[in-house]
Design a protein around this ligand. Structure first.
Ligand code: DAH
Length: 358
């Protein structure tokens, strides 16, 4: 092997030993740099004859080209290695399953409330909201409930701070106080428009549009078992006008139930009952003629013709205005609609149960 072949061999080895681009540039300087081996050998040629210079020069050029080619090849190799390393470090496994986004949904009772609101809205009812902390007046007294009524006892009602001994504050035990709250506002608005047409005892007896409203929301009682939860839902309904009768109540409520349960296969029964704020009063039961509950009577609401004293407490003349009211349990409706037999499941917050209603 002559000196040139040896030089090329050494250069190749040095380039192969360089593991980074910086190492490679250092190795290049050793052979091709200003004070590298090739430059040194060129300097040594000055003492040679012209012929010797020719052959040596040609051989040296070949060696130089070989070294440059080897350098270029190693450069490409190192770049490729670096790229591979980078690709490996940032590897994407496109076969991994995607990360699922948790999907939320409405609570089944909220679904029921939305349905109830939509159905009654389509029948021309307004939807009203009211406070969950109520006064004794709206929750009981204005609804004609006597002082000694058992519903007012501590066993039944959650009393809360504030108010006075005569007028305590409480968590509303039903949505019925909304009958009074809504009607009072309605009357106030239309009294002014109608020109304050009043009875001698100050009750409004002028013209006004009918009151037609539902009031859904949370209610509270000291009660807890498979069919009672201390917090539960109710939806109140009220229709007051001059010609409103029990017949209208039957029609409206029957139509509501058929739409709600998407079934014409059901019948309603109005069973005589008692509530201080209605006279006469009725409990409403429904019966399906097919499905898992076929043949059983299921109670879904209390109802009745609004008591004249309650009409008075709304600020209206009971000689002119008459109406009906009902209070139903959306929790119960939800249980019936979905075939759930324990009310507490709705309020335990167990996602395995709730996600089935998405
Ligand atoms: N508030 C009654 C209850 O919670 C239900 C009720 C009965 C509401 C008759 C009414 C009604 O509006 O007319 O038991």
């Amino acid at each position: 092997m002559n000196d040139f072949d040896q030089l090329v061999k050494n250069a190749r080895e040095a380039f192969a030993a360089a593991l980074t681009p910086a190492d490679l540039e250092n190795a290049k300087a050793l052979f091709l740099g200003k004070s590298g081996r090739i430059t040194e050998m060129m300097k040594g040629m000055s003492s040679l004859s012209v012929d010797e210079k020719k052959t040596m020069g040609a051989a040296m050029n070949l060696a130089k080209q070989a070294i440059e080619a080897s350098l270029g090849a190693r450069r490409v190799e190192l770049q490729q290695e670096q790229l591979n390393k980078q690709l490996q470090a940032q590897a994407l496994d496109v076969t991994l399953p995607g990360r699922e986004r948790g999907q939320g949904g409405l609570h089944p009772v909220s679904r029921t409330l939305e349905r109830v609101e939509a159905i009654f809205s389509s029948m021309g009812f307004d939807v009203a909201q009211g406070p969950e902390i109520e006064t004794d007046w709206f929750n009981f007294t204005a609804l004609n409930t006597p002082q000694d009524h058992p519903a007012r006892s501590m066993h039944d009602t959650f009393y809360v701070e504030g108010g006075t001994a005569q007028a305590p504050n409480l968590l509303r035990t039903h949505t019925s106080p909304m009958q009074i709250r809504y009607a009072v506002q309605h009357v106030k608005k239309h009294r002014a428009l109608a020109g304050e047409v009043l009875t001698p005892d100050g009750l409004f007896t002028g013209d006004m549009p009918e009151i037609r409203v539902i009031a859904p929301g949370r209610t509270y009682r000291v009660d807890s078992d498979a069919t009672h939860s201390p917090m539960f839902h109710q939806c109140e309904g009220l229709w007051v006008g001059e010609q409103v009768s029990f017949k209208d109540l039957k029609y409206v409520f029957t139509d509501f139930c058929k739409t709600f349960f998407e079934s014409h296969d059901l019948v309603l029964r109005f069973r005589p009952s008692f509530f201080p704020f209605t006279e006469p009063s009725a409990e409403i039961d429904i019966q399906f003629s097919s499905g898992p509950l076929a043949g059983r009577w299921l109670e879904v609401a209390g109802s009745g013709q609004v008591h004249p004293q309650v009409i008075r407490n709304m600020g209206l003349d009971p000689e002119r205005y008459i109406g009906f009211a009902f209070g139903m349990g959306p929790d119960r409706l939800t249980m019936l609609r979905y075939g759930v037999n324990d009310l507490r499941l709705f309020f335990d917050g167990d996602i395995r149960f709730l996600s089935q209603f998405r």
